[in-house]
Design a protein around this ligand. Structure first.
Ligand code: C5P
Length: 436
């Protein structure tokens, strides 16, 4: 069977914890006694900071109640396409299909496997699978004779050829008293297999520095100048690079997001602090991705006391901040440099100008005139340019856009001359102790 082999080494289990954080996992439950094990799986996923939504088939509800999964996932459980919709346009399956970073059906019954093979869409789970571009994994659970039946085996072969993944089944004693292949993988094995889905390995061992969020330029002790930026795109990029196997350093301005636990994290406030943090370690980096919305100007001096509103007008004298990315691109032995261009019009023209002027290797332009994407939205769309090439990353969640951008960066980076003087980072975990 072509299922992913479970690993038992504790270090690998630790990796699971790291790579499922902030992932949107859609867990499908079909009818089988193994459904009780999926309750533990949801607990583990939530413990690993994944967002979990559960969809149950009608027969799954005969084995375990939706309430159990609702309590454990912290989200309402969806059980039927025709129940009251929670999305505004009444298209739950589409909303779920787009939301999911990965779909895992555990337990996957012989019936569900057969239904997926034939593209059936007569309930919410099968409809969502058909509508989703996310990777789909199945954890089969059934009687050994049902699993061995050539009807099931043929279905498994067809689905495998289509790119669906099979986690298990395992062999052993079964609830029905039989012994053989057909037991569902244990929750920790499923967790490990699921995390492997996100480890693309495209940037294994590469040092990647990412800047994210806004910078704050103080006017006085209570006021500051800043830019719109939630930091979500930069954080998603840092996580995608980490999933791709890179040693990631995330330098972040003030945002309300939690620092990713498994990534070296440096918190800064002003553009000058961000510049200093970048310069301190840029010589060791092979790729630099500047996603931060850096303030171009700062007040000449921060007033020591709060400025009183004594006059109708106020003039604050400003001075240019260092252009962090341009300074990196000027380095004699520069890393592969990726910039962002947030524009409200003529995106292509300004992005290409920036690519050339700042001597970047790649630029990702986003049209921030569309208020539904970009800045504070969970979604984005990017137009990516490099010398002689272009790629449109169509609207999607920031997590998925980030993963596709990292794929593009890895591809372009593989085609360029690598910087020669890079030394491997020290243990990222050790260093992050001092910088949190
Ligand atoms: O010049 P502009 O701000 O439009 O360029 C955007 C790109 O430059 C982004 O990648 C941003 O992170 C970076 N940048 C920078 N330092 C600045 C201003 C922008 O690194 N002072």
């Amino acid at each position: 069977m072509q299922g992913i082999k479970p690993a038992s080494h504790p270090y690998l289990l630790e990796l699971v914890t790291m790579s499922l954080a902030n992932k949107n996992i859609l867990l499908g439950i079909s009818g089988g006694i193994a459904a009780y094990k999926s309750a533990e799986l949801v607990r583990e996923l939530v413990r690993d900071n994944a967002s979990v939504r559960v969809v149950m088939t009608r027969s799954a509800k005969e084995f375990i109640t939706p309430l159990t999964f609702q309590a454990l996932s912290g989200n309402p459980v969806l059980t039927d396409e025709f129940e009251q919709s929670e999305s505004a346009n009444g298209m739950d399956h589409i909303a779920m299909a787009r939301w999911a970073d990965a779909i895992l059906i555990a337990p996957a019954s012989a019936n569900t496997i057969a239904k997926l093979t034939h593209g059936g869409a007569d309930d919410l789970l099968s409809t969502t699978c058909l509508a989703s571009k996310a990777p789909i994994a199945l954890a089969p659970a059934m009687n050994q004779a049902m699993w061995a039946n050539s009807a099931t085996q043929d279905n498994v072969e067809i689905l495998s050829k289509r790119g669906l993944l099979f986690f298990g089944p395992a062999a052993g004693s079964q609830a029905c008293g039989d012994v053989g292949e057909g037991r569902m993988f244990e929750p920790h094995q499923l967790l490990l297999s699921l995390s492997n889905l996100f480890n693309t390995g495209e940037l294994t061992g590469i040092n990647v520095m990412v800047t994210a969020g806004p910078t704050r330029e103080p006017i006085d002790p209570v006021r500051y100048i800043s830019n719109h930026s939630s930091g979500r795109m930069g954080y998603a990029i840092a996580e995608a690079a980490h999933d791709a196997g890179a040693n990631v350093q995330l330098i972040s301005g003030p945002v309300s997001l939690a620092a990713p636990e498994d990534i070296e994290y440096i918190s800064v406030s002003t553009a000058q602090e961000m510049f200093d943090a970048v310069q301190a370690d840029i010589e060791t980096q092979q790729i630099f991705i500047s996603c931060a919305a850096v303030a171009d100007y700062r007040p000449v001096a921060k007033q020591p006391e709060k400025i009183k509103k004594l006059h109708d007008g106020l003039t604050v004298e400003m001075v240019r901040n260092p252009d962090i990315i341009a300074e990196v691109a000027k380095l004699k032995s520069k890393p592969f440099v990726v910039g962002f261009a947030a524009e409200t019009r003529e995106l292509k023209k300004y992005a290409l100008q920036k690519l050339e002027r700042k001597r970047l290797d790649m630029i990702a332009g986003n049209d921030v005139s569309d208020t539904n994407i970009g800045f504070d939205s969970p979604e984005n769309a990017l137009e990516v340019f490099w010398a002689g090439g272009h790629c449109s990353l169509e609207r999607d969640t920031k997590t998925k856009i980030a993963r596709r951008l990292i794929g593009l960066i890895a591809e372009r980076y593989a085609n360029t001359d690598k910087r020669s003087n890079v030394t491997v980072l020290k243990n990222a975990k050790d260093r992050s102790q001092n910088t949190r």
